[in-house]
Every structure is written in C-alpha cells, then in structure tokens.
Design a protein around this ligand. Structure first.
Ligand code: PMP
Length: 394
C-alpha cells in the first residue's frame, strides 16, 4: 500500500521507507540486544552512541563550526517561540548590564507571526521590522532588507526570522536571508535567530552568521518529537539564577539553553526514538549526496510544479510572489479560489494515491509539500495529475 501512496503532507510528512523499515526493527530489538530502542536507558552507552552519531552526521551535513553546540530537545518549534525570546532577553541583559533590549522580528508568514506574539507574551518589547500582511494584506512577498525598519543595534536583543513559512509557501530566496545586507553594526552585534523547521537540510545555511538555528524534526528530519538547536556557544551564558536580569521572570529549567548544553541534551529524558530516526535520516541523506544533493533535487521539484502553475494560463494561481516562492511548500489556488473546484482537485489527487494536498485550514487552497523524502519522480507524478485536472476543468 505504502508504495502506491504519494504523501505530500506539510508535516508530519513522508520519511524514507528504508529508514522506517530500519526504525521498526530497532524499535523491536536494537542491534540484536533483545531490547527495543525505547526500552534502553537514555543514559546507556548504547544511546550515547546514537546521540553522538546523529550529532556528528548533522555537523558534517551542515558544516557546523566547532564553536556551535548541537542540542536535542522537545516542545516543537512552538516551544522555541518562547525559549528564543526568554534566552535572548536574558543573554542581552547580562551581556550589556542593562534591561533587555528589543526583540526584532521579520514577520513574513503565519509562523513568524506566532513567534512575535509569543515574544510579547514572554514580556519582551517586540518590533516587527517588516510585516508582509500589514503591507500587502496577505503573506506572499518578503520585502527586501533595505525596507526593513530595524531597531538600533545597541538596543536590540535579537533579529528573528523564519526561513520557510510552511503555511503560506513563502521562503527566503536561496541562499537564504541576505545577512550581509544588514547594516554593519547590526550584523556584528545583534544575535540572529532562524526558524528552519520546514527547510533545514534542503540547502546549505551559513551557520556562523547565526547565533541560533532551530527546527522541529517532522518535515525534513524525522518523526515528530525532537526539536534540534544549533547554538553559538557564547550565547549559552546565563544569569546564575536562570532568570532574566533586571526583574524579569525565571526561565523554566528545560528551556534554558545552557542547561541543555551543560548536560549534553540529557538534562531529562530525551525523545529517544525521534532522535534515532533523525540520525538514520541524516545517514540516508549523506548517502544521497548530502545537502548539496538535496538542494539540487529541491530546485528541480519546485521548478516542475511552479512551471506547471505558470503554464496553466491562470487555471492554477500561485499565492506567493515569484521572488519569495517556497521550494518546500508550493501553495496555489484554482480558478481564483473556487472552493468547489479545489475540493474536487483534492479528491482527484486522492483517487491517484496523492494524499494531503489540501491547504492549511487558516488559508485554504492547495499546498503540495516537496520535502527531502519526495523524489523528482514524485513531483512529476503530481504535475501529471495537475495537467490532467486542468485539461478536464479549464
Ligand atoms: N515553525 C515552522 C516553520 C513550522 O512549520 C511549524 C510547524 N509546522 C512550527 C514552527 C511549529 O512546530 P510544532 O508544531 O512542532 O510546534
């Protein structure tokens, strides 16, 4: 059955079949020990090996410099909306010996919108340096950095952005946020934080230009449950009592980045299964030509689908402007957003074994997600269905 189905879900999403077969075996009996993976102690040497090899493969895939820690935690991208704000506020106040500065957010889609709201809930003074929806009435185009209204560098605790907006199909064009275009003093002094939950490992990223990169696993990496942080080690300093200096709140222990690092991601029980499967996915990706290979395939897949949209004479209409189109989540409407026809398209795909192409409930329309486990041939299969449907209904 599995081989018949093409799952284009936005996450949790498709994982390589070979990885799942191996994981199923390991869940039952890890390497002939007679003990299943989730029955091991998380403090055993066996699990330490799993953790170490996942980390080292991720380091090699993303060329992570030595002065960065790789941390495995839980709580999803959503918990990082709180954790990034809390840690960066604490870091900023401790570093400058004053009340915490402003949290700058580039609001380019639904997920960065949620992040800024949470930053404010955590007590941060927040600023939307750009807000596509305020400007255009919808999330579809990322404004160039020259148009961003950044806080003064000396008063700014972080610049936060989401590299790929999963709901809206908006992505920073390759190679990613053009950090070199930020003013010199800002670039040198303000920690840059990226949510790469839905496009990590689909192209290289300049880790050294960031203070923190985080991503939930359930798209390009592995099963839901683990959230991975790549954190500059100098950021891991904290106030001795783990509270935000100058009267700010205490930070929950499991959210303090330094605690995660000091305990090598084993402060408490980690999501062992998700970490193991993620490790298998890293190994699989290395065998498939690493991130460069994924980048090449991602461009090819996205190109196939976007050109089908562009050639449909308006039958399909992309929701995102050409310069901000996501390679991971292709979002489009049919005949100007005809609900009936969009519903028919979802059914039409289903009949052909193509599942989960309905757009996010908040925006409607169609969304086809082309994560790393989706092959170029899979994208061709989608394109064929799109052409056939257009032929029948245009
Ligand atoms: N950021 C992005 C870009 C996402 O796509 C998602 C989830 N789809 C999240 C954050 C939130 O992740 P979670 O549901 O794991 O909290």
């Amino acid at each position: 059955n599995r081989s018949r189905i093409l799952n284009l879900g936005a996450g949790p999403s498709s994982l390589p079949t070979s990885v799942l077969l191996q994981s199923a075996q390991d869940l039952l009996d890890y390497k002939g020990t007679g003990i299943g993976l989730c029955e091991l102690s998380h403090r055993s040497g066996t699990f330490k090996q799993i953790l170490d090899s996942a980390e080292s493969d991720l380091r090699s895939l993303l060329s992570i410099p030595e002065d960065y820690a790789v941390l495995f935690t839980q709580g999803g991208g959503t918990e990082q909306f709180s954790a990034t704000a809390l840690n960066l506020l604490a870091y900023d106040a401790a570093r400058h010996g004053r009340a915490p500065g402003t949290l700058d957010y580039a609001v380019t889609g639904s997920w960065s919108s949620k992040a800024i709201k949470e930053g404010e809930r955590m007590g941060g003074r927040v600023k939307a340096v750009t807000d596509s929806k305020k400007r255009d009435g919808k999330f579809g185009r990322i404004a160039p950095i020259e148009e961003w209204e950044l806080s003064p560098a000396s008063e700014c605790a972080m610049l936060y952005y989401c590299d790929n907006e999963t709901v809206d199909g908006v992505e920073f064009p390759s190679p990613g946020l053009p950090i070199h275009q930020l003013p010199d003093d800002y670039r040198k002094n303000v920690p840059i934080v990226a949510d790469c939950s839905s496009n990590i490992l689909s192209r290289p990223i300049d880790v050294a230009a960031h203070s923190l990169i985080f991503f939930g696993a359930q798209k390009n990496v592995g099963p839901p449950g683990v959230t991975i942080l790549i954190a500059r080690k100098s950021l891991l300093a904290r106030h001795p009592d783990e509270s935000i200096p100058f009267g700010g709140p205490r930070i929950p222990t499991t959210l303090v980045y330094k605690n995660l690092a000091d305990n090598s991601s084993l402060y408490n029980t980690p999501p062992m299964f998700s970490i193991h499967v993620s490790g298998l996915v890293f190994r699989h990706l290395i065998e498939q030509g690493g991130v460069k290979g994924a980048e090449q395939r991602s461009s090819e897949k996205a190109q196939l689908v976007y050109s089908t949209i562009d050639e449909s004479k308006g039958f399909y209409e992309g929701t995102t402007s050409a310069t901000s189109r996501s390679r991971m989540n292709v979002t489009f409407r049919i005949k100007g957003g005809d609900d009936g026809l969009e519903g028919k398209f979802v059914e039409f795909c289903k009949e052909r074994g193509i599942e989960q192409v309905k757009g996010h409930r908040s925006v409607g329309g169609i969304r086809a997600s082309l994560y790393n486990a989706i092959s170029v041939d899979d994208a061709k299969r989608l394109v064929e269905a799109m052409r056939e449907f257009c032929g029948q209904h245009s």
